[in-house]
Design a protein around this ligand. Structure first.
Ligand code: SAH
Ligand code: ZN
Ligand code: ZN
Ligand code: ZN
Ligand code: ZN
Length: 459
């Protein structure tokens, strides 16, 4: 995973969220997104459709200029290709396979190469593959698919980073304490798994969970009411109406149980399309609400690196970023190792009331009365800014010239008239790229005041 504070559109590519009913062509991952390649100094970039889910051409090579005329034959070939890339079994088929698998008298096999629970008739064709054998495949193991399946490693788009137990338990405890009894898990298979495990233990109030994830390997383990094959970048249900019906039924609070959504999208993911999908989920929820007044927003916890804060808040102004640092098991950089803590940059963004999310004192969080939220111990309240300013967990310091707190590594630069890293490209030094849109050196395209004027899309 590349975790840089770079723009999602750092290469001059922007997303154009479609309004109206113009239909985007589909790749195997559902409707594609419309992108615009913006070139310096050009009024309007050229637009093209590309895969919503895969940032890597090697994973999905769909490409079509917006104004391409696509022949009927080409469309048919494309449909055929999409079909051929679908999972080998339907979710129903996976479910009946699982029942048969559980009933096997002896000999359970899981093909590690194909990541598939095998039925005896299939052993032969997988004979040369790497296989887990009966002893390994206990009920206990089967109830932890996130341990059994190999985490996906596609570097650019959907690498899977699984929660460390500590973070997963913290999340679930927090939701339970706040009274939520239904959790919509969007790209959080391990949280979904933990909810089921806790239900089995029977020590706490039972909770319901629905997993929406693009990783269809999970369909082998979960029923159609527990898992939907779903793309969170275009709100696409691979199982069609039946699957979106499952979501609707889950979001309905008629049963008297409050629902919350928790999502941990791939970090290479684009914020805007994610926010768009989450809004659609939230909208589905809102339409199902019977009581008038009351809460108007569906409770959401969006797990993402802190440096996406401005972009997430742009989409969801009511959200707050909390200081809690989310840890992962298999992340090469942010593992909570024995050798000392490397701070994770991943945070919770939520519309829950910050003060209600109690962060664990024993892990170094404290309550700031003024900010009315729990903060990391290194996040010292600044009386001049009147807030706890640190985003990255380090102790920030106040700059009187900038009139705000900045990262400890920054120094105030007189010629830039702002704080920056000591070795920043200063002023108009060559190599400093200005705004792609208007050419100004004062801001990047993202912050261009003229940008939105040019972008009244697709009327
Ligand atoms: N920390 C989480 C896993 C996060 S990894 C946990 O432990 O449960 C990101 C998750 O999002 C993975 O499960 C991955 O399969 C899923 N994902 C990636 N791209 C997706 C997409 N386009 N639509 C839906 N889910 C996606
Ligand atoms: Zn695709
Ligand atoms: Zn404070
Ligand atoms: Zn300050
Ligand atoms: Zn400064």
């Amino acid at each position: 995973m590349q975790l840089k504070e770079s723009d999602e559109d750092g290469f001059g590519i922007e997303i154009v969220l479609q309004q109206g009913d113009r239909k985007a062509p589909s790749c195997v991952h559902g409707p594609t997104l419309l992108f615009e390649k913006v070139c310096k100094g050009e009024e309007k970039g050229r637009r093209f459709y590309a895969c919503s889910a895969c940032r890597d051409r090697k994973e999905c090579n769909f490409f079509q200029w917006e104004d391409d005329k696509v022949s009927e034959a080409r469309l048919l070939a494309r449909e055929e290709e999409n079909r051929s890339k679908m999972p080998p079994f339907t979710h129903q088929e996976y479910c009946s396979r699982f029942r048969k698998f559980l009933a096997l008298p002896l000999g359970r096999r899981f093909c590690q190469d194909c990541q598939l629970l095998l039925l005896p008739g299939e052993w032969e064709i997988h004979a040369s593959h790497k296989m887990s054998q009966a002893d390994d495949i206990t009920e206990a193991r089967l109830s932890r698919p996130s341990l059994m399946l190999k985490p996906l490693e596609n570097k650019k788009s959907n690498a899977q980073y699984l929660f460390a137990d500590r973070s997963c338990h913290f999340l679930l405890d927090t939701l339970a304490k706040l009274g939520y009894r239904k959790v919509l898990c969007v790209g959080t298979p391990r949280l979904h798994e933990l909810i089921k495990l806790r239900n089995q233990e029977g020590k706490s109030d039972p909770m319901k969970s629905l997993l929406l994830d693009i990783d269809f390997r999970y369909a082998q383990f979960y029923g159609t009411d527990e898992f939907c094959h779903y793309n969170m970048f275009n709100h696409h249900f691979f199982g069609g109406e039946a699957a979106s019906g499952v979501l609707r039924a889950f979001l309905d609070e008629e049963d008297g149980e409050k629902v919350i959504m928790v999502s941990d999208p791939p970090f290479g993911g684009l914020v805007k399309p994610l926010a768009h999908s989450f809004s659609q989920i939230s909208e589905t929820w809102r339409k199902l609400q019977t009581s008038e007044g009351g809460v108007v927003e569906m409770p959401i916890v969006w797990i993402f690196p802190y440096f996406f804060e401005p972009r997430i808040l742009e989409c969801f102004p009511s959200f707050t970023m909390l200081d809690y640092q989310v840890d992962y098991d298999n992340h090469p950089l942010y593992k909570h190792g024995k050798t000392g803590r490397k701070q994770s940059p991943v945070r919770l963004f939520t519309n829950l009331t910050p003060r209600d999310v109690v962060l664990p004192r024993e892990e170094g969080y404290r309550f700031c009365k003024v900010c009315a939220r729990y903060v990391w111990s290194g996040n010292k309240h600044c009386t001049k800014c009147n807030l706890c300013p640190s985003k990255d967990g380090r102790v920030w310091k106040h700059c009187s010239e900038c009139q705000k707190c900045v990262k400890p590594s920054w120094r105030h630069c007189q010629s830039c008239a702002r704080c920056a890293l000591p070795d920043h490209p200063c002023g108009n030094s060559p190599g400093l790229e200005g705004c792609f849109n208007c050419g100004s050196l004062k801001h990047k395209r993202r912050a261009c005041p003229l940008k939105d004027k040019r972008r009244t899309d697709n009327k």
